[in-house]
Design a protein. Sequence first.
Length: 218
Amino acid sequence: MSASDRNMSGTRAQALGVVAAGVLVLVALAIGLVAGRFAAPAAAPVPSAVTVVRPTPDVIVAIRDLSELTSAEYHVERVIDLTERQRALFGLVEAEDAILLIAAGSVTAGVDLAEIDGNSVDVVPEEKRARIRLPPPKILRSRIDNERTYVHRRETDLLARRQEHLETRARREAERTIRKAAEQADILGRARGNARRSIESLVRSLGYTDVRVTFTDE
């Protein structure tokens, strides 16, 4: 074999070696991609902030509810027209800042059973007789229903200062008048009668036939 033939064979061998190395690299990459598809997914990045929602103490709410006998509930609606008059231009001009609030709320009344002690109950099982003395009914809760309460109109004169606390004052007035309206509609009297019947029915269900329920303020 001549020198030129040997050189050509050497060059061809080097080229084949490069090609073979390239093929091996491609095969390795292909294997890596296939393995990556079937491998376990990479762990998600750890967030920088985590929100933790803790359950509210429902047990405490339940205990409070069990200690109350809610025997009457009134739903009341009120219209609160509140106006603040102001003086402007050195007191020469009168201006107004006004709000018209449509308010809805509820008032519940009943008996606080936590006030009952050993002297409040007198029973004679042999005679099936029971005497129960309850504390007088009272307003248990009075609240504004925010979903049904809204500002119907809000007007501020050109020379008046808009008072942002005017709506807060209107809501407080609404809550006060809603409670007063329920009291004037005899919610406490209704709560008294309902509580008496409820306790009598409960005691009779225990087998007592001679049952009398009274209140400490009677």
